[in-house]
Ligand binder design. Structure first.
Ligand SMILES: Nc1ncnc2c1ncn2[C@@H]1O[C@H](COP(=O)(O)OP(=O)(O)OP(=O)(O)O)[C@@H](O)[C@H]1O
Ligand SMILES: [Mg+2]
Length: 272
């Protein structure tokens, strides 16, 4: 047997009062994998990630997060193995400073103070938000708040990152930062499941695409084989460019797109 899977959904069914949202979802994500969770508004993407973090529990079937069945667990019981970025970061931010916000998880888990400090500083640097460390999260622009919330998800170096629309509202520099972080964390062995409508980000950072539709996994394919080959998922301009340059044929192809996604503004005309 290899390493423990990062996330396993086994015939999961879940609904709110109005009816079933997930009819039957089975899915397995291994360490180091990057998975884009795609689908129309209301398809159940956020619901799926909340099930993975034990914020919700399946009506039937099982969810196993980093080897732990979620049925009897709460999010706190997964905090040492999984990091979660909410679709609306406002729902997760509560501390008075950015530094305190990011330190909260490790402190709750009783890390020694010097280790907490070091981990927090490392994440602030990784995300390029050092200058905001002493600011109140609510005094920051929305996109920076999203990065702060991402920092809180990253700080414990979790084996599984569950990111709900991590690039929403971010400018080019922010998207570049998130792309680099996702690739780096994957290289370090973490699995990343990211809900996204940002197909450029998906192409650059996530090499597997899972499409939710009508409560089921309608597609589970390499991201590049989906984008530009399905009416709902057009190839982003950067992928078209990479295809024209023949770059997407080189393996591992996805990280090769990252510098294109993240090229400095003066190169923008390259994107056509
Ligand atoms: N707390 C809730 N109570 C009742 N219904 C809910 C709740 N949260 C979501 N729903 C409903 O469940 C369905 C799936 O919602 P979900 O938020 O998981 O979709 P999504 O794919 O993340 O959509 P989006 O792309 O708009 O974020 C929708 O019909 C939504 O209205
Ligand atoms: Mg959602």
């Amino acid at each position: 047997m290899g390493a423990v899977a990062s996330l396993v959904f086994d015939r999961v069914r879940f609904g709110y009062d109005a009816g079933w949202v997930l009819e039957e979802v089975s899915l397995r994500i291994e360490p180091g994998e990057g998975v884009a969770l795609l689908g129309a508004n209301g398809a159940g993407k956020t619901t799926l990630t909340r099930l993975a973090m034990a914020l919700l529990h399946p009506g039937s079937g099982t969810v196993t997060t980093c080897g732990r069945t979620t049925a009897t667990r709460r999010p706190e019981d997964l905090a040492d193995v999984a990091g979660y970025l909410f679709q609306h970061p406002e729902s997760q931010l509560f501390a008075r400073t950015v530094r305190a916000e990011i330190a909260f998880g490790p402190e709750q888990r009783r890390w020694p103070a010097p280790q907490v400090r070091q981990a927090v500083e490392a994440v602030l640097t990784e995300l390029g938000i050092e200058a905001t460390a002493d600011r109140h999260p609510y005094d920051l622009p929305g996109p920076v708040r999203r990065l702060v919330a991402l920092g809180a998800a990253l700080v414990g170096a979790p084996q599984l990152l569950l990111l709900d629309e991590p690039t929403a509202g971010l400018d080019r520099a922010g998207r570049r930062r998130v792309t680099e972080v996702v690739l780096a964390r994957r290289s370090a062995g973490a699995a990343v499941l990211a809900v996204t409508h940002d197909l450029g980000f998906a192409a650059a950072a996530l090499d597997r695409a899972v499409v939710l539709q009508a409560g089921r996994v309608a597609q589970d394919v390499p991201t590049l084989s989906l984008l530009g080959h399905h009416p709902d998922f057009p190839a982003p301009p950067l992928l078209n460019l990479a295809r024209r340059l023949g770059l997407d044929g080189i393996r591992p192809s996805i990280p090769i797109l990252a510098p294109l996604l993240t090229s400095p503004p003066r190169n923008r005309t390259l994107e056509g």
